[in-house]
Design a protein around this ligand. Structure first.
Ligand SMILES: NC(=O)c1ccc[n+]([C@@H]2O[C@H](COP(=O)([O-])OP(=O)(O)OC[C@H]3O[C@@H](n4cnc5c(N)ncnc54)[C@H](O)[C@@H]3O)[C@@H](O)[C@H]2O)c1
Length: 409
């Protein structure tokens, strides 16, 4: 189990400040200057389902070595030890960040700990790949964005569709005038599960016990209570740890649309829906309709169900001169509006997909800005939080109102 007293007092104070966003970010730099042939040494924080995917991705990037991981659950540390020869494992992410030879950190912890891990990693002078959604709340997003601005670290958000060929094509076709004036975008995302089994519900492994989990570190400031293995494994179902399906999936689509149309923060949001598919004790809704208004005279809608997957997921950008239709991992499609573009022809993209993880490592070496920098992480996170705040408050909510709400934690 974690022993917080293991840190010397000055370091302990510093890391506490860092977690609260009050430490000077570059007060604790450990960065090496990487030569072209140097291996990039990576540490990982929170190596569950997504973390294991990312571990596979990063290990396939040339010139990278995963040297350490931190996870509060012994099962995950054992898995990493079996997978990566020589990897050092920790139950406390701060021990990993103390290793001066680690250049860069990947974090894939549950949403409610993202900000803490994000801020601590920057404060330790490491480059960062941080899973979406950037943070659990708006104030945390403000702190994380501010920390990146004070830092010279390379930060990539795990919004991998920012590296898609479809986004490159959409930007080019929009800039070339193929789409015309866009006032409306419609997005949808749908899944289904067998009757009686709710989306996202995972079985609790028999070794998921208080002895094998650092429960206090998982809670990360949420009210103390005795170990709850169901909540630990199924944190996505509960608001105190999760942002529901807006944070899990809308964020990818809204970030893609924001990237394509260069949208600023939404001016207001409305979200309706509820727990309708499987009433299994979850708090976050499974049926959702979100409307986001943008200052550029654009309305973006996103609707989602967990009881029907017929239309799967996609985005349609509706313009006066043409329509773009986007399905993840498929080429972008275009149809002209004959009213305003009589000579236009329909087509589909043939652009080059980029490896999002590879793009991050390229930027760690070159110090260039990666494809999903903190700014798009921030804008998409704010859209997520505005939608959820509208749902929780049962009313349309403006950006100013959302920013004025003090989160529960
Ligand atoms: N980009 C994508 O397409 C994509 C896909 C899936 C998940 N994700 C994101 O990845 C993140 C993780 O999701 P997941 O499904 O892997 O969750 P998970 O529960 O499977 O994994 C989270 C891991 O973090 C560990 N953990 C919990 N608290 C910790 C702490 N304080 N310090 C260190 N480790 C801690 C847990 O033990 C677990 O192993 C989420 O933010 C999710 O939205 C992104």
């Amino acid at each position: 189990m974690t022993d917080p007293t293991r840190l010397e007092p000055s370091r302990r104070t510093f890391l506490k400040q860092a977690a609260m966003g009050t430490a000077a970010v570059l007060a604790y730099p450990t960065a090496r200057v990487l030569g072209a042939n140097d291996r990039v040494r990576v540490g990982m924080i929170g190596v569950g389902d997504r973390g294991n995917d990312l571990m596979g991705q990063i290990r396939s990037v040339h010139g990278v070595e995963v040297v350490a991981m931190a996870d509060v659950y012994s099962r995950r540390r054992d898995q990493a030890t079996n997978k990566v020869p020589g990897i050092q494992t920790f139950d406390d992410h701060r021990r990993l960040l103390e290793r001066k030879d680690i250049d860069a950190v990947i974090l894939a912890s549950p949403l409610h700990v993202h900000a803490r891990h994000f801020l601590d990693t920057l404060a330790a002078g490491k480059d960062l790949y941080a899973e979406k959604t950037m943070t659990w709340s708006i104030p945390e997003a403000d702190k994380c964005l501010a920390a990146t601005k004070e830092s010279d670290r390379v930060v990539q958000i795990g919004l991998q569709y920012q590296s898609s060929a479809a986004l490159t094509d959409a930007r080019q076709w929009i800039n070339e005038g193929w789409v015309g004036k866009v006032t409306q975008v419609e997005c949808w995302m749908s899944r289904n599960t067998p009757h009686g089994k709710g989306q996202w519900v995972r079985p609790v492994p028999s070794d998921c016990t208080a002895r094998n989990v650092n429960w206090a570190a998982f809670l990360n400031g949420r009210p103390e209570r005795s170990f709850d293995p169901f909540r630990f494994i199924n944190w996505r179902l509960f608001w105190e740890f999760s942002g529901g399906n807006c944070a899990e999936n809308m964020v990818h689509q809204i970030a893609w649309v924001m990237g394509a149309l260069d949208l600023p923060l939404p001016s207001s949001a409305y979200m309706s829906g509820g727990v309708f598919s499987e009433k299994d004790g979850r708090e976050v809704p499974d049926t959702i309709a979100v409307t986001l208004d943008f200052p550029k005279d654009i309305v973006v809608t996103w609707q989602s169900t967990f009881s029907n997957r017929h239309y799967e997921l996609g985005d349609r950008i509706l313009g006066s001169d043409g329509t773009l239709e986007h399905h993840f991992d498929a080429p972008l499609q275009y149809w002209p509006e004959k009213t305003n573009r009589p000579g236009g022809t329909s087509t589909h993209g043939s652009g080059h997909e980029q490896d999002h993880m590879g793009n991050w490592i390229d930027c760690v070496r070159s110090r260039a800005t990666p494809n999903a920098p903190p700014d798009i992480g921030y804008r998409s996170a704010i859209a997520v939080h505005m939608a959820n705040l509208s749902y929780k408050n049962k009313k349309r909510i403006t950006l100013e109102e959302a920013k004025a709400i003090t989160p529960e934690f």
